[in-house]
Unconditional design. Sequence first.
Length: 144
Amino acid sequence: MTILLIHHADAVGPHVDPQRPLSTPGLEHAAKMAELARSRGAAPAAIWHSGKLRSRQTGEAFLRVCVPFAQFKMVRGLSPGDSPAVMQHTLLAESRDVALVGHWPHLPDLLAALSPASGPMPQHGVVALQSDDHGVTWTEAWRS
């Protein structure tokens, strides 16, 4: 099983738009992240996002580029203030490859909880983790 931890691409500030959509460079970066993931064999069966516009838009880039027919939905446990334990528990019940699109500080905390040996979460980046024991332990496969 593989999961992709994806920090949303660059968004406009709240003073520009309170919904904080991706900026023009952010839209381009999201597409490049998705293309890189596809080149590394990423084909998640599900793409989960936090529901915030910038997270959804980043996830849509992965949906378009990697797997147009993947399940695409908002899930609890990916918002900035959520406990990593929520998603850890959810992943234990999952057997599919999943992309998780979220925010700071949640994603760095989730990465540290899942794979303590991994380096820091890259801002506006992707970390791929693999598990051979149904999500009990995770190792880093690649990052960008």
